[in-house]
Ligand binder design. Structure first.
Ligand SMILES: C[S@@+](CC[C@H](N)C(=O)[O-])C[C@H]1O[C@@H](n2cnc3c(N)ncnc32)[C@H](O)[C@@H]1O
Ligand code: SF4
Length: 406
């Protein structure tokens, strides 16, 4: 299938957001809501099915390469509901054989029987929100589980038959020293994880941590030392860094996240979910769904489910391709930048030339990537690229998606 711009359509993925947690964590600004009363699992599944049918016509004829079921705490949902969601997706759009299907699970809400059920329902990869393996730090973060429960969850994932297991860890935690961050990574390695997402704790403004920052947050120098020590340990254990925060064993990179980083398409289903889709005419739209779970369920399947739909200009597309693609250590093919943006090759080269001259970008074997210096200061590098290639920029504002990455 080809676009009006003459290039092939990007691969299609689906992100589904399941927005409830047992309780909210003080640092988190995701669209997650403390569960009060019973989980409306089947009502939410029915709403997702309605919304899938509303969005599907724009993607008909394209099979789904990967699915990410994120939250919130999707592992609170009964496996039968997850099975129904995936069956529906297969019936409406079709899942590619061997499609990667990831589900986010929390230690403390993911016992073996349930994990087996998810595996049986078609989930291929589990992403466990471990955060730390230090009980004191877990308590400071307000997590509902301790380190033993996190260890148990990884073991249970194996017993349930998952071969692709990701663990999320955060560093820069209140009161954490370099040795503590290193010990967390060492403990995760010990658990034999296939993939590790290593995030620096961000203090988000509209959260309890933002309003009242916890004491003992590490300074810049300590954070840099933590990163260096942890990366060294991960590399030595065979977990290769392939993106700013992502480390994987051979063959275990996240196909879904690689889709985001190479500016692939994805339908966003569920409360607050973001989507991005290329039309047959080559125009790219970013969409966002209504945030409140109750309100979203009430309007899912109608135009009111969508609160934002923004068409990107070619210049914005070019910027976003690099915003995502330069997160990858190996960068992206130059052809991909042209194909995904529809911009003229010469205009793109002229736009990037100052950064090649400064030594922040490298062009090698048909790929563009950040140099070691450029990678260390990626945010500054990207600011230099705003607002996009001069000949191709337009006046429309761009939207940033924040669907879970791990
Ligand atoms: C969408 S959350 C959901 C994961 C799951 N509910 C959990 O908490 O175990 C995905 C990941 O984002 C990371 N995260 C959430 N808030 C963060 C923050 N303020 N700073 C850095 N990482 C954060 C955590 O590592 C978390 O596992
Ligand atoms: S960090 Fe995870 S468990 Fe905690 S509130 Fe956010 S989504 Fe829920």
């Amino acid at each position: 299938m080809s676009t009006g711009a003459g290039g092939a359509l990007p691969p299609l993925a689906v992100y589904m957001h399941l927005p409830w947690c047992l309780q909210r964590c003080g640092y988190c600004d995701f669209n997650a809501h403390a569960l009060r009363g019973e989980l409306p699992a089947w009502a939410y599944q029915a709403a997702l099915a309605r919304e899938l049918r509303r969005q599907a016509p724009a993607a008909l004829g394209r099979r789904v390469c990967s699915v990410f079921i994120g939250g919130g705490t999707p592992s609170l949902f009964p496996p039968a509901v997850i099975g129904e969601l995936l069956g529906d997706l297969d019936a409406v759009l079709g899942l590619e054989p061997g499609a990667e299907i990831t589900l986010e699970a929390n230690p403390g809400a993911s016992e073996t029987a349930r994990l087996r059920g998810f595996r049986g329902a078609g989930v291929t990869r589990l992403s466990l929100g471990v955060q730390s393996l230090d009980d004191t730090l877990l308590a400071r973060l307000g997590r509902i589980h301790d380190a033993a429960a996190a260890r148990e969850a990884v073991a249970e994932a194996r017993t349930a038959g998952f071969t692709g297991v990701n663990v999320d860890l955060m560093y820069g935690l209140p009161g954490q020293e370099v040795a503590g961050a290193e010990a967390d990574v060492a403990a995760a390695i010990e658990l034999g994880v296939d993939h590790l997402s290593h995030y620096q704790l961000t203090i988000e403004p509209d959260t309890p941590f933002g309003r009242r920052p916890p004491p003992g947050l590490p300074g810049e120098e300590t954070l840099l030392a933590m990163e260096a020590a942890c990366r060294q340990r991960l590399a030595a254990a065979g977990l290769e860094r392939y993106e700013v925060s992502a480390f994987a064993r051979a063959g275990q990179r996240s196909a879904h996240n690689l889709g985001y980083w190479t500016f692939g398409d994805y339908l966003g289903l569920g409360a607050g979910a973001a989507g991005k889709l290329t039309g047959l005419d080559g125009r790219v739209r970013r969409t966002r769904q209504r945030r409140s779970p109750q309100r979203w369920m009430g309007v899912a399947g109608s135009d009111q489910a969508e609160v934002e739909s923004i068409e990107l200009t070619p210049g914005e597309q070019a910027f976003e391709v690099l915003l995502n693609g330069l997160r990858l250590l190996e960068g992206i093919p130059e052809d991909l930048l042209q194909a995904r943006s529809g911009c003229d090759r010469q205009a793109l080269r002229a736009w990037l030339a100052p950064l090649y001259e400064r030594g922040w970008l490298i062009s090698e074997k048909g790929r563009i990537r950040a140099s070691a210096v450029g990678y260390e200061m990626l945010d500054t590098l990207l600011l230099e690229l705003l607002p996009g290639p001069p000949a191709a920029t337009g006046g429309r504002p761009s939207a940033k998606g924040d669907n879970a990455l791990n």
